[in-house]
Design a protein around this ligand. Structure first.
Ligand SMILES: Cc1cc2nc3c(=O)[nH]c(=O)nc-3n(C[C@H](O)[C@H](O)[C@H](O)COP(=O)(O)O)c2cc1C
Length: 329
């Protein structure tokens, strides 16, 4: 592929890690990451947007902004608001569509940061759209696989989210599986509640290799002066510190129910301690979203904090801590 960005001079490509480099290196779903810290989808663009402010060779990987079949303009302004516990957003999965993403966006990371793993975040509004996006991007070199965001409304079936409809979830994942041999992560919503573990099981049974837990939590922030929602769309997705314990519990529950399934845990991570909570709960990888919007250097700081923590505790392989939480008897 030729990309309009692939030739821009930023940094030489670092080689993709072939073996796990301890103490921070980790393998998940057959992908070797130099460390477990991954930028969360929707907060890192396609990588090139961050080149001036983030050392992209310092992190393990990134999940791209959403990619849909057709371009999406997204939700009306305001799209993002802050509150004491974090952030609320209704971006509306705005993206330029798979043609433009292929042409203009995906070459950059391959050309300049080949050692940083890229998962392409895929969205759809009908069952077949997930596989259509994958089929369109699957021959591109440089990316490691896909993350299916199944928190999208199935517009052909009354708008119920794919992740909340077991039959639709199974079909989305199995048709996506049939479209690629690359690793498939399925990203689930914390709003599934007690249906989370069954949905996780269905996704794995249908062919997913790994799971990402969690997406934002539905919420509403009201401007009391105007008596209107703060966001143009009305309600939105809550992220940041408020959902840290929600994501950690979701990760713990799924890791207990599905031991051996690689998990990317996220929600509210802003320090190395937060990331360690996810690892102890059973995550192999840890995503950082809202914290990096506030401070683009947060993910690098978390990586350094993990290294210092390993050093201080004599840990030679951080991945060995995965799921070692001791539950009170
Ligand atoms: C502004 C914004 C845009 C997001 N866009 C997407 C998206 O396109 N696809 C997706 O799967 N998740 C998206 N998310 C959810 C994040 O990837 C992540 O799951 C969530 O924010 C929780 O992590 P955090 O608390 O570290 O932000 C978005 C989050 C934010 C704040």
């Amino acid at each position: 592929m030729t990309s309009s960005l692939a030739g821009s001079a930023v940094a030489p490509a670092s080689p993709a890690p072939a073996v796990v480099a301890r103490p921070l290196g980790v393998a998940a779903a057959g992908i070797v990451f130099r460390n477990p810290v991954v930028l969360a989808s929707g907060t890192a663009g396609y990588g090139h947007e961050l080149a001036e402010v983030v050392d992209l060779d310092a992190i393990g990987g990134l999940a791209s902004k959403a990619v849909s079949v057709a371009p999406r303009h997204g939700a009306p302004a305001l799209r993002v608001g802050e509150f004491a516990g974090g952030m609320i957003n209704a971006v509306g999965l705005a993206n330029p569509g798979m043609e433009a993403v292929r042409r203009d966006h995906l070459g950059y990371m391959t050309a300049h940061h080949a050692g940083t793993r890229v998962l392409i975040n895929v969205i759809g509004f009908a069952i077949e759209e997930f596989a259509q996006v994958i089929a369109h991007l699957d021959d591109l070199p440089g990316h490691s696989g896909y993350e299916l965001n199944v928190s999208c409304p199935n517009t052909k079936a009354g708008g119920i989210e794919f992740g909340a409809d077991p039959a639709a979830l199974r079909t989305v994942v199995s048709t996506a599986r049939a479209a690629t041999r690359r690793p498939l992560f399925v990203k689930l919503s914390p709003a599934l509640g007690t249906a989370l573990v069954p949905a996780a099981q269905q996704a794995i049974d249908a062919g997913a290799d790994a799971l990402t837990l969690v997406n934002t939590m539905p919420g509403l922030v009201i401007d009391v002066e105007s008596r209107r929602p703060r966001l143009g769309f009305g309600s939105g997705g809550v992220s940041g510190p408020a959902i840290l314990p929600v994501g950690v519990l979701a990760t713990w529950r799924v890791s207990r129910a599905l031991p051996g399934v690689p998990l990317c845990g996220l929600g509210g991570v802003s320090t190395a301690d937060d990331a360690l909570q996810y690892i102890l709960a059973g995550a192999s990888l840890v995503g950082v979203g809202t914290a990096s919007l506030r401070d683009p250097r947060a993910p690098e700081r978390i990586v350094r904090g993990l290294a210092r923590w390993c050093d201080r505790h004599g840990i030679t392989d951080l991945a060995a801590l995965r799921g070692t939480l001791e539950w009170p008897q």
